[in-house]
Design a protein around this ligand. Structure first.
Ligand code: GDP
Length: 364
């Protein structure tokens, strides 16, 4: 399953955010290192289209799609040297597909800040440097290994050495690997390095209730400092979102959001942004038993998409019947779509698009 990792210094609101994002509950308390094991939770991906399809099909059940989220606590200054259980946490980050970096952008004298004051730009740099140092270690090791085989003149090895040298230069200047421009062939080679600072990243500014709509001076400072990173910056009030998540009914939650001047819960916005960050698409299956959303990576072919349901579907794939989401809504049923000549029959090469309603035919 695809995984997003939440990182940030202690006491910035990671566990609070994790709790309102996921169905699992992490312990959240005002103590650094309170969360020691990485907490893995499941995020339900909100999708309007799933509701619309269900209204047409009236299935017995409706199942949204999910992604995984990991709360990676314990990153502090010196983590790359093993401080504060550092290395273990850095290992947890390596296993994620994208990073959500939470920054404390709220004042609260009751909540201890590990570095004594609220300064999200400094906090971000502390974490960045730990990740960069770890990457530098990886790059140096690989350079030594590649140097030994470079004499062979192998084109891929020479190209790898050139990539590693560019990474090294960037990392030594306190720049993340993602700032290094690579061509497509180089990107493929570099993927294998699994550098921490090469993962897609999104910054989440955790603000107090009064700033969720407007932002504040801390958010402005963060935006300025990441302006050339081409990364998304989201503003969220984790504590207030946690309160909203506690409310029983949808109406109560909407009213609360309305009072804050928001149309949509911050967590919903965050989940959608994470989905985009991970380069994910959703396709649907729609039957009377079940209407369901499934997650695939963009670029998946029909058999690969079928494999997400069951590996047998991929192995025995014959063909897929495909209805574009808009056609389904326009005509109102599979039969009507068929009558209108809008049901596509696709083979193994078909690349699934976001929103496709799929029906797979396969051999068992
Ligand atoms: P973590 O160490 O980054 O996981 O931080 P936690 O989520 O455990 O939060 C640390 C403390 O800060 C807890 O007491 C939270 O209730 C509090 N907290 C989290 N978000 C906010 C916020 O937006 N505003 C305020 N005032 N407190 C917050």
């Amino acid at each position: 399953a695809l995984k997003c990792g939440i990182v940030g210094l202690p006491n910035v609101g990671k566990s609070t955010l994790f709790n309102c994002l996921s169905n699992a509950k992490a312990q959240s308390a005002n103590f650094p290192f309170c969360t020691i094991e990485p907490n893995v939770g499941t995020i339900t991906v909100p999708d309007e289209r799933l509701n619309k399809l269900s209204e047409l099909v009236h299935p017995e059940r409706v199942l949204p799609t999910t992604i995984e989220i990991v709360d990676i606590a314990g990153l502090v200054k010196g983590a790359s040297k093993g401080e504060g259980l550092g290395n273990k946490f850095l290992g947890n980050i390596r296993e994620t597909d994208a990073i959500i970096h939470v920054l404390r952008c709220f004042d609260d004298d009751n909540i201890v800040h590990v570095d004594g004051s609220v300064d999200p730009v400094r906090d971000k740099e502390i974490i960045d440097i730990e990740l960069q140092l770890k990457d530098l270690e990886t790059v140096d090791k690989r350079l030594i290994a590649a140097g030994k085989s470079a004499r062979s003149g192998d084109k891929n090895i020479l190209s790898m050495v050139s990539i590693l040298e560019r990474y090294k230069k960037a990392l030594e200047s306190a720049l993340s690997a993602r700032t290094v421009e690579l061509n497509e062939a180089e990107k493929l080679l570099a993927r294998d390095l699994q550098l921490l600072t090469n993962k897609p990243i999104m910054y989440v500014c955790n603000v107090d209730e009064d700033s969720v709509k407007t932002g504040n001076k801390y958010v402005d400072a963060v935006r300025k400092s990441v302006a050339d990173e081409n990364a998304e910056v989201l503003v969220i009030g984790a504590a207030i979102e946690a309160d909203i998540a506690e409310l029983e009914t949808y109406e109560e939650r909407q009213e609360f959001l309305g009072d804050l001047g928001l149309e949509e819960a911050g967590v919903a916005k965050l989940i959608k942004a994470a989905y985009k960050l991970l380069n994910l698409y959703t396709y649907f299956t729609a039957g009377v038993k079940e209407v369901r959303a499934w997650t695939i990576k963009s670029g998946f072919t029909a058999p690969q998409a079928a494999g997400v349901i069951h590996s047998d579907f991929e192995k025995g794939f014959i063909r897929a019947e495909v209805i574009k989401y808009d056609d389904y809504i326009k005509h109102g049923s599979e039969a009507a779509v068929k009558d209108a000549g809008k049901l596509g029959v696709e083979g193994k090469e078909y690349v699934v698009e976001d929103g496709d309603v799929m029906h797979f035919r396969f051999n068992v």
